[in-house]
Design a protein around this ligand. Structure first.
Ligand code: FES
Length: 169
């Protein structure tokens, strides 16, 4: 006796047969689980990143600058880390910001010319911070200077004081 197989012409039978294939079902299930796992990990990472505080480290604005006696008249000391100058005047000491008022480059003192120069666009300042050559629109800010309990100079770059306000020695 010969075996006769029944062949269906109904396309729904073909779809039903593909859906019933255990390998295919297993594969699709794994792909779906993998996608869900990737989405869960991704959203977890984003959530943790969101919860993490976004605080930028900034160095302290106050720094010690030594004894007032270290600043005889005409002395200009540049503190690179704090971006400030401490200048000895006539029986006084004062401090200037070293940040150029044009676009914020860090200026440098040129001893031979007794001037402060900006390397970016050529602005120049005298040792009191006054603009002697543009394009800087304003003088260098004067910043607070005083002494601590031991008599050591303390400068605070965060406190701008009126131009010309010196610390008397
Ligand atoms: S930033 Fe100093 S001159 Fe432009």
């Amino acid at each position: 006796m010969s075996k006769v197989s029944k062949v269906s012409n109904d396309p729904r039978d073909e779809i039903r047969n593909e859906d019933d294939d255990p390998n295919r079902r297993q594969f699709l299930s794994r792909v779906a689980m993998g996608a869900c796992a990737a989405a869960a990990v991704g959203s977890g990472v984003v959530t943790l990143d969101f919860l993490e505080p976004k605080v930028l480290f900034e160095p302290p604005t106050r720094f010690k600058a030594g004894s007032p006696l270290d600043y005889p008249e005409g002395t200009v000391k540049f503190n690179k880390e704090r971006r400030a100058y401490v200048v000895g005047g006539s029986s006084c000491v004062y401090a200037l910001s070293a940040v150029c008022t044009h676009l914020g480059c860090i200026t440098r003192f040129v001893p031979d010319e007794n001037a402060i120069s900006c390397p970016c666009h050529g602005s120049r300042f005298d040792t009191e911070g006054n603009v002697t050559h543009g394009p800087a629109p304003r003088p260098l800010p004067w910043i607070e200077i005083g002494t601590d309990e031991k008599g050591e100079l303390v400068v605070d770059t965060a406190i701008v004081i009126p131009h010309g306000k010196v610390f008397r020695v």
